[in-house]
Design a protein. Structure first.
Length: 189
């Protein structure tokens, strides 16, 4: 079994460095071109199934890539980006509310601190959702090669899962970088 993981293509909010979270933003033209390029790059892979986040940016990326495979695409809510609550739509450089509450951006990415801030999904809940999804698909599709189309934040616990890193090491955003738009990573099970 092989699992390929990619992040959706670029959106206008990516360009503006706005926190998207679960806000349903579409791809821009660059994002569509990135998805086309990624589809061509992996067209020789043996993909049996694509599982995508139901958010527009991931779903459209999956559909564009699937032109090279013509396989079933399943949408799964567990692949959605982390919910950032009232912080969605803010630019990364203007999250002043964190400072007002004596928090730093890395605090909300710290697995051990598990902060519930401004309606944000806690880090432990977020990681548990991703791990449950991965456990499920490995059991359910053990004889398939799967492409996951998801989000930058989601790619972080996915990397931890397959690298067998303890989540307690996830203490800041720089510890393991999320995937860039339409970047691909492959794991063999």
């Amino acid at each position: 079994m092989e699992i390929l993981v990619t992040r959706h293509g670029q959106t206008d909010w990516n360009v503006l460095e706005k926190i998207q979270g679960q806000t349903d933003i579409e791809l821009n033209d660059t994002g569509r071109q990135q998805a086309e390029k990624t589809g061509k790059l992996i067209r020789n892979e043996n993909i049996d199934l694509i599982i995508a986040s139901p958010l527009k940016r991931a779903k459209e990326t999956a559909q564009i890539i699937n032109k090279n495979f013509n396989v079933t695409i399943i949408e799964d809510n567990r692949l959605m980006e982390r919910k950032f609550g009232k912080s969605e739509g803010l630019t990364k450089s203007n999250i002043r509310k964190l400072k007002e509450n004596n928090l730093e951006i890395n605090d909300v990415w710290n697995y051990n601190r598990n902060i519930d801030f401004n309606g944000m999904e806690t880090m432990q809940d977020f990681c548990n959702r991703i791990y449950e999804f991965l456990d499920d698909i490995i059991k359910r599709y053990k004889d398939k090669n799967i492409l996951l189309v998801t989000h930058g934040g989601v790619s972080v616990p996915i990397k931890y899962y397959f690298m067998n890193e303890p989540l307690e090491k996830l203490v800041d955003r720089d510890n393991i970088k999320g995937l860039k738009n339409c970047e691909i990573i492959k794991f063999k099970i």
